[in-house]
Design a protein around this ligand. Structure first.
Ligand code: CA
Ligand code: CA
Length: 170
């Protein structure tokens, strides 16, 4: 099989969602990501921030399933991801941003050491590493997210960047 640049990029996006690497995307990938983030930052699951993160993860999963789980078996296969999710995300990145926003908002709140709901670059890199971004890339990606250069990363910076990452041109 010829591996084009496009196919490689799609495979990387799929792997981002398939957090446990079992070959499909399902609810467990999202809840496990939430659990790992709470553990990393020592935030109790029963706290407001913990509950918001789990709720955001569930909403993210439901949104993705609505887009891509065509046979309704509560799993998004690689094939469903390629034929369903990738095309629809490309056609409608704003919709994707709305699906992801509650989770991203809650993740930043978990990583936030202040009161503004934003996270520092180092803490954002910790979030990325927990989500299996390679450790040697996490710091640079986090720094690039800080588009206004004030050293803190907020929802207004993360949500569009996330949508851009998953909008893969053919
Ligand atoms: Ca999985
Ligand atoms: Ca499915």
């Amino acid at each position: 099989m010829v591996s084009t640049e496009y196919e490689r990029r799609i495979a990387a996006r799929f792997a981002t969602f398939d957090q446990d690497g079992n070959g499909s995307i399902d609810r467990e990938d999202f809840s496990a990501a939430a659990k790992a983030l709470l553990a990393e930052f020592g935030v109790p699951a029963r706290s407001d921030r913990g509950q918001a993160l789990y709720a955001g993860a569930e909403a993210f999963w439901q949104g993705m399933a609505g887009i891509a789980d065509r046979d309704g078996d509560q799993r998004i296969t690689r094939q469903e991801f390629v034929t369903g999710a990738v095309k629809r995300l490309r056609d409608n990145p704003d919709r994707f941003a709305e699906i992801a926003r509650p989770f991203l908002h809650a993740a930043l709140a978990v990583a936030c050491t202040g009161t503004d709901g934003r996270a520092g670059v180092a803490d954002t890199a910790r979030v990325l590493r927990v989500l299996h971004v390679p450790a040697d890339q996490a710091e640079a990606i986090a720094a690039a997210l800080d588009t206004d250069g004030d050293g803190r990363i907020g929802e207004a910076e993360v949500v569009p960047a996330f949508a851009r990452y998953f909008t893969v041109p053919e």
